[in-house]
Design a protein around this ligand. Sequence first.
Ligand code: UGA
Length: 430
Amino acid sequence: TDRQNRQVAVFGAGYIGLVTSACLAELGHRVVLRDIDPEKVRILLAGDVPIYEPGLGDMIARNKERLRFTLDLDEALEGAEVAYVCVDTPPSVSGDADLSRVWSVVRSLAGAAHLRAVVVKSTVPVGTGARARAALDEAGLTGTGYVSNPEFTAEGRAVSDFMNPDRIVIGSDDPAAAALVAGLHEGIDAPVVTMDVRSAEMVKLASNALLATRISFANEIATLCENTGADAMEVLGAVGLDHRLGPHFLRPGIGWGGSCFPKDSEALRQSASNTGFHPMLLSAVIDVNNIQKRRAVQKLKDVLGDLAGREIALLGMAFKPGTDDMREAPSTVLASRLAAEGAHVRCWDPLARQGEAEPWLSATRYASPDEALDGADAAVVVTEWPQLKDVDWARAAAAMRRPVLFDGRNLLDPVRMRELGFTYMSVGRP
Ligand code: UGA
C-alpha cells in the first residue's frame, strides 16, 4: 500500500540511524541515509557496515534497492516526506546533552517545506521538541509536523528490537504527522502510544533511568549479600519471580555502562539540577554505579595487597557482550584505576574497538583469554563473553602466577573454580 512506500530521509549513520534506515527499508519504504562523515559513507557505499550489529549487514544488503547512502543534503531531501534526526547527543562538559548536531540537522532542513514530518529519534532533554518546533518555523517549515519518536533498542539486538518492540512511542501536537509516522511502522506488531511531545521525550529518559535503577539496586543488594552471607543470585532470582517486579535487569555485576545509561541518567540529573531540583534517587543510582566499578580494584587488593608491578588480566572490554562498543565501559574505569595503582593491565576482547585513549594506552592487548591469563597475578571477568565459559580454567590456574579471579559478572561456577585452585570472588555470592 501507499503507507508502505514512503520516501524517508535519515540523518546520521550511527547506531540508531543505520538501524532505523535498514528497518524502514525492510518495511517497504525508500530511504536515503545521509551522514556528513565521508569515511562512514564510503564504507556504506562499498557495501560494508561501519558498526557491529547482528543482522544489520544482511538487512542492508537485501534492501539495497530501497536504501541509498549519501553525503549530499539535496539528494537526501529530494522528494522526502519524512526526515528522521538520528544524530548523537553526547554529554557536554556540564553533563547536559550536547545538541549541536541536532540543531545542525534541523537548520539544514531550511527550505524543505515539502516535508510532512520531522522526527527526532535522538535522545534529547525534555523541551527540545518545543525549541525544534520554533527552529522549523523559522526555517519556513510551518506546515511540517514535529514528532518525537524515542528509540528503545539495545545494542547487539537493535534490529530485532526495532522490528519487535514492546511499544512505539509517538509524541506530537500534530495529529496528521503523528498518524503518518505511526503508519511508517505498519507491519510491526506493537502498541502505538501517542502523546504530547514533552511526555514522549520523558518516556525515553524515565525508561533508561528505571532500568539503571534496577541494576544499581541489584548491585546494592549484592553487596549486602556479601556482608551477610546470602547469595544474591538466589535472592534476586526469587525477587524477580514476583510478577509485579519481573526478572529483567536485576543481574548484579561490575556496574552498568554503554552509550546510553551513563549519559542519559547524568543528563536527566543535570536537567533536574538546572531547575534547582536535586533528584535524590537518581543521584544515588548513579553513585552506586560509580562505586560498583571501583569495588573490583579493592577486591583484588584484599587478596594481593599492593598492586604495584602486578600483572592483571581484564577479560572482556566492551560494555557488554555482543558489541564492539567501548563507550563508558566499566573496563575503562577499571583499567585506569589499576594503572594508577601501578599494575600492568593485560586485556582481551573479541570485538572491542581499540581507541587512542585509556584503557588501551596503558594496557597490552592479547588475542585470546589464554594468552592474557598466562603469567598473570590475577584476572577479572569484566564482560560476560560466552567464550569465557569455554576457557580451560584448569590450565589457566596452572599458567597464572597466582590463580586469583574476580568474576565481575557471576559467569562461572564458584564451587568448580575453587576446586581448580582459584581464589575466586564474584558479585554477591558467598
Ligand atoms: C539500553 C537500553 O536497554 C535500551 O532499551 C535503550 O534503548 C538503550 O540503552 C538506549 O538508550 O539507546 P544498551 O545500552 O544497548 O541499551 O545496553 P543494555 O543491554 O541495556 O545494558 C546496559 C548496561 O547494563 C550494560 O553495561 C550491562 O552489562 C548492564 N546490565 C544490564 C547489568 O549490569 N545488569 C543487568 O541485569 C542488565
